[in-house]
Write a protein that binds this ligand. Structure first.
Ligand SMILES: Cc1cc2nc3c(=O)[nH]c(=O)nc-3n(C[C@H](O)[C@H](O)[C@H](O)COP(=O)(O)OP(=O)(O)OC[C@H]3O[C@@H](n4cnc5c(N)ncnc54)[C@H](O)[C@@H]3O)c2cc1C
Length: 382
């Protein structure tokens, strides 16, 4: 089945990750989803292989690899389990914030720990704030020896396992990003039924309540007033990887449906022999191939600094939609089998749909693309 999809990016890396995903990730994917648990055995195994810190410079324990190589890892692992993909994406987001904007002491203290399995979350959302991240209710005040933080962050992926979070906070000089260890006095993780989602289940998305949390001076990342810009730059990069997770989901749904249609016999032939069903597969294959081309191009664009916002938003917008469409079609092809709780198709559909909202909703991404088009035409028209 895997021969259906040619390797993109570094082929040797693709072969290695594809095999790891098939042998170690796919077999536990349904159980992770069903129990909504953080897959720490898999995140530790990928950390030891250096796959969770691939793009970090060598002096911080990384391999100085490109975003395209990181994308290969996200796509292939997410064919096995999107829950593992999102467990890795929250680490990627936090390490990029620290690498790009943190002080040297913070980099030394923080980044080498990823190789040992450090788990971190990127915390922007608040109970009363969703897409509009320009409004932040969580506040930081200066105190002797550092900062005091108060407020509550919400919907935090990987939050149940996170050792630390990178958090968007309103500081006196404007919105800023802070590094917040989760075991610091005054910080409490809260898991409610509201924190459970039907898709992308890697443990409940926790809220973190901050009550007079004291942090050292270098917990502030970069400068006050720069937090929004820093978060947007980071999201632009991670959106390409989110799109890679959607590619993985689409491929998994397609592969499983094709296998089933090849084996299921009806009216003296296989389901795959029906022309109507073949057309479903042909359409889905074309969409997945188109999405892969777009997403890998976006990774190259982001790496080269070309039209980053538009490229990464188009990649996530398109790939997340394709994944939902392919998962939907896969269920249809497989008939009642597609609806079985014991089959993986419900998981594919739920994971795919959730990624049309998480990490920037499709509507917000369309706004970003339109803004870029508007800017281009204004410059062209003069
Ligand atoms: C599975 C999952 C994981 C998540 N993980 C994290 C995480 O790790 N960290 C974190 O900080 N947050 C996380 N979130 C929260 C996520 O970032 C928000 O759900 C997302 O930003 C949208 O916010 P919202 O759900 O409150 O929707 P709202 O902002 O309330 O939007 C409601 C609707 O209005 C649309 N809309 C909003 N603004 C506009 C606009 N300007 N123009 C047109 N339409 C608009 C939206 O697209 C949506 O359809 C996660 C969410 C999910 C589902």
């Amino acid at each position: 089945m895997h021969k259906l999809w040619r390797h993109m990016g570094d082929e040797a890396l693709g072969v290695e990750v594809r095999e790891f995903s098939r042998l170690h990730v796919a077999p536990v994917a349904d159980e992770i989803d069903e129990t909504d648990r953080y897959p720490s055995e898999l995140t530790t195994a990928t950390a030891l292989k250096g796959w969770n810190s691939l793009t970090l410079p060598k002096e911080y324990g990384g391999q100085g690899a490109s975003l395209v190589e990181q994308l290969v890892i996200f796509e292939e692992l997410s064919v096995g389990s999107a829950a593992l993909g999102i467990s890795l994406i929250t680490n990627f987001q936090c390490q990029k914030v620290v690498q790009w904007f943190g002080s040297e002491t913070l980099k030394q203290r923080f980044l080498p720990r990823y190789r040992e399995g450090l788990c971190t979350s990127f915390s922007l959302t608040e109970p009363g704030r969703g897409s509009d991240i320009r409004s932040v209710d969580t506040v930081a005040h200066r105190v002797d020896g550092g900062w005091e933080l108060n407020g509550e962050k919400a919907f935090i992926t990987s939050g149940s396992a996170a050792d630390a979070m990178i958090m968007l906070v309103q500081a006196p000089g404007g919105i800023a990003l802070f590094e917040v260890p989760t075991d610091v006095p005054g910080a409490t993780k809260v898991e409610t039924r509201d924190a459970e989602t039907f898709g992308l289940r890697n443990g409940p998305h926790v809220n973190l309540v901050l009550d007079k949390v004291r942090l050292p001076v270098d917990s502030l990342i970069g400068e006050e007033g720069k937090g929004l810009k820093q978060a947007m730059v980071t999201l632009s990069s991670s959106r390409v990887l989110a799109a890679g997770i959607s590619l993985g989901i689409a491929r998994a749904a397609f592969d499983q449906a094709l296998l089933w249609a090849h084996e299921r016999k009806l009216f003296g032939q296989t389901v795959l022999d029906f022309q109507g069903i073949q057309w479903y597969f042909a359409e889905a294959a074309a969409k997945i191939d188109a999405a892969r081309a777009l997403v890998y191009q976006a990774a190259a664009d982001v790496e080269a600094g070309r039209d980053i916002q538009r490229s990464s938003s188009e990649a996530k917008l398109f790939a997340s939609r394709v994944a939902t469409e392919v998962a939907d079609r896969a269920i249809q092809i497989c008939g009642a089998h597609g609806t079985r709780v014991s089959s993986p198709f419900g998981r594919y559909f739920r994971d795919a749909k959730a990624y049309e909202l998480a990490g920037g909703s499709s509507e917000v991404l369309k706004n970003t693309i339109a803004k870029s088009l508007h800017k281009s035409v204004s410059q062209t028209a003069g």
